[in-house]
Ligand binder design. Structure first.
Ligand SMILES: NC(=O)c1ccc[n+]([C@@H]2O[C@H](COP(=O)([O-])OP(=O)(O)OC[C@H]3O[C@@H](n4cnc5c(N)ncnc54)[C@H](OP(=O)(O)O)[C@@H]3O)[C@@H](O)[C@H]2O)c1
Length: 306
C-alpha cells in the first residue's frame, strides 16, 4: 500500500491525468464509500487519499483529498478510473464480485472485500429469506475468489459480525432509538445469546492494516468485535451509552413471535428470527486476524448524544 505513486499516476476514462493532491501513498479505489465502514474510513484523518464510488451524488462536504465518482457497480466497465492498484470492496460482496473483471482492466491487482459472518449464522435459519442471504454470501465469496485467482489479483475477505457506528447503523443505533423513544427494550426470552458487535472504524482500520500484511493475501477472516457479551448485556450497554439506567423487558418467546406477526410490518428489516437468535450464541474466533494483521478491536462501549 505504501509504494510511491508512479509518474503516470491516476487517469480518467479519456486518459487525462486526474486532479488531486500528491500524497505519499497511491489512492485507494473505494467501492461502497457511503457504507458504514466507508463513512468511518472517510472520517479517519490518517488514511490515504480515496477514489470513492457511489450511485448517490457525493455528499455536500467531502474531503478535498478525495474524488467521488457517481457510478453503479453493475456497470463497472464504464468506471472512469485507470491505473489504480488497490481497491476496497465495502459494498455487499454480491455487488463487488461481478465487478472484479472490470477492476482488473483498470489495473487493480489487490482487493480487500467485506462479506459477513451471516454466511455462517443465517445458514441454518428457520427463515427461508435468511437462508437465501447466507447462500448468496457464500456463492458471491466463491465467485469473488475465483475471479481474483483467475485474474491474478491478490484478495482478502473480511467477515464482520454485527457492525455499529453510533447514530448511523441499523442495529445498535436502532436499539438506542427504541430506548430513547420508549425507555425500555423488550427481549425475546432472557437474551442470553452471545454477541461480538464490531465498530465500523475498527473495520476501516483493519482494511488498511490488511494491505500492509502480506500474510493476508488469499485469506478470509471472521472479524468479531473486541468483547463477547450477551444480547441482554449489549442492550444494557446501549442504555449506558445514552446515559440512562437500563430497562429491559423479557418477553416469553411465544409471545414475541405472536407480537411480531402483528407488529413486524411496522419494523422494516426485522423478523421473528431475530427473537429466536437472541438466545443463540453468534461468536467467532478473532485468533487468525490477530495473528496475521494484529486485529485489536475496541470493547463495546457505544456513546450516543443525549
Ligand atoms: N451492517 C452490518 O451489520 C453488516 C454486518 C456484517 C457485514 N456487513 C458487510 O459490511 C459491508 C458494509 O456494510 P453496510 O451495512 O455499511 O453497507 P451495505 O448496506 O451492505 O452496502 C451499502 C453500500 O454499498 C454500495 N452499493 C450497493 N450497491 C451498489 C451498486 N450497485 N453500485 C455502487 N455501490 C453500491 C452503497 O453505495 P450507494 O448506495 O451510495 O450507491 C453503499 O455504500 C458490506 O459488505 C456488508 O455486507 C454488514
Amino acid at each position: 500500500m505504501c509504494k510511491a505513486p508512479g509518474p503516470d499516476g491516476l487517469r480518467d476514462a479519456a486518459g487525462r491525468p486526474m486532479p488531486g493532491p500528491m500524497t505519499a501513498t497511491p489512492p485507494l479505489l473505494t467501492l461502497g464509500a457511503t457504507s458504514l465502514i466507508g463513512g468511518a474510513l472517510c472520517a479517519m484523518p490518517d488514511r490515504p487519499q480515496l477514489i470513492c464510488v457511489s450511485r448517490r451524488p457525493p455528499p455536500a462536504e467531502t474531503d478535498p483529498r478525495d474524488r467521488w465518482i457517481p457510478a453503479d457497480l453493475a456497470a463497472a466497465d464504464s468506471l472512469p478510473v485507470r491505473e489504480v492498484e488497490t481497491a476496497l470492496g465495502l459494498a455487499p460482496i454480491w455487488v463487488v464480485a461481478p465487478a472484479v473483471e472490470a477492476l482488473a482492466r483498470t489495473g487493480v491487482t489487490r482487493i480487500v472485500a467485506f462479506s459477513s459472518t451471516s454466511r455462517w449464522t443465517k445458514a441454518r435459519s428457520a427463515d427461508a429469506a435468511e437462508r437465501e442471504i447466507a447462500d448468496r454470501l457464500a456463492r458471491s465469496e466463491d465467485a469473488f475468489i475465483d475471479a481474483c485467482d483467475r485474474l491474478r489479483i491478490g484478495w482478502t475477505l473480511l467477515r464482520p459480525t454485527l457492525i455499529y457506528r453510533e447514530g448511523r447503523d441499523g442495529n445498535v443505533s436502532r436499539l438506542a432509538g427504541l430506548a430513547r423513544r420508549f425507555g425500555v427494550i423488550p427481549l425475546a426470552g432472557s437474551g442470553a445469546g452471545l454477541r461480538q458487535p464490531v465498530h465500523a472504524e475498527d473495520l476501516a482500520r483493519a482494511a488498511l492494516q490488511v494491505l500492509d500484511a502480506p500474510a493476508t493475501r488469499g485469506q478470509a477472516y471472521d472479524l468479531p468485535g473486541g468483547e463477547t457479551l450477551s444480547y441482554r448485556a449489549m442492550v444494557e450497554r446501549v442504555f449506558e451509552g445514552l446515559g440512562r439506567r437500563p430497562r429491559v423487558l423479557s418477553v416469553p418467546p411465544a409471545l414475541w413471535r405472536a407480537g411480531f406477526r402483528l407488529a413486524g410490518r411496522f419494523l422494516p428489516g426485522a423478523n421473528a428470527q431475530m427473537g429466536a437468535r437472541m438466545e443463540a450464541d453468534l461468536t467467532f474466533d478473532p485468533g487468525p486476524a490477530q495473528r496475521d494483521f494484529s486485529w485489536r478491536p475496541r470493547d463495546f462501549r457505544p456513546r450516543f448524544p443525549a
